[in-house]
Design a protein. Sequence first.
Length: 181
Amino acid sequence: MTPELTFVQRFDDDLAALVAPDARIGVAVSGGPDSLALLLLSAAARPGLVEAATVDHALRPESRAEAEMVGGVCNRLSVSHSILTARWNELPETAIQERARSERYRLLGYWADERGLSALATAHHADDQAETLLMRLSRGSGVRGLAGMRPRSITPGSHVRLVRPLLAWRRSELQEICEDG
């Protein structure tokens, strides 16, 4: 379950540009191929310095099983894993994606802070970046609004550093890592 060495070296270089090589990092893992590739690369590049978390939004019956599947992968990689479960006062019926995103970052920021992690890494990649720019353009954003995702920022709702080490990677490369891993 180890990605190809050249992928690991490339990833480690990309991550080192964002976070010190000896820093403990948290990895947000949904269970999709992008975040699983991030997990595989992180575990290979920074053994013993990575923890993972999966958010169970509790919006779909199968979400808990998906989070537990990620836990199984983490167990095989010897990576500590936490399942963070959203506790809704009332299940959202409108703006579900926005509210889920907000809750996800809130839970992940709290978790990373509580664990004393230097940064939280997400699996946003080059294809996501292109989609973000196109979406903003279609909404009529001005020049300032057309900026893409930054490689380094702050986790919304917290003070934890948010890093995106895969912004120069294509989705197809991440899928290849999962297939090979």
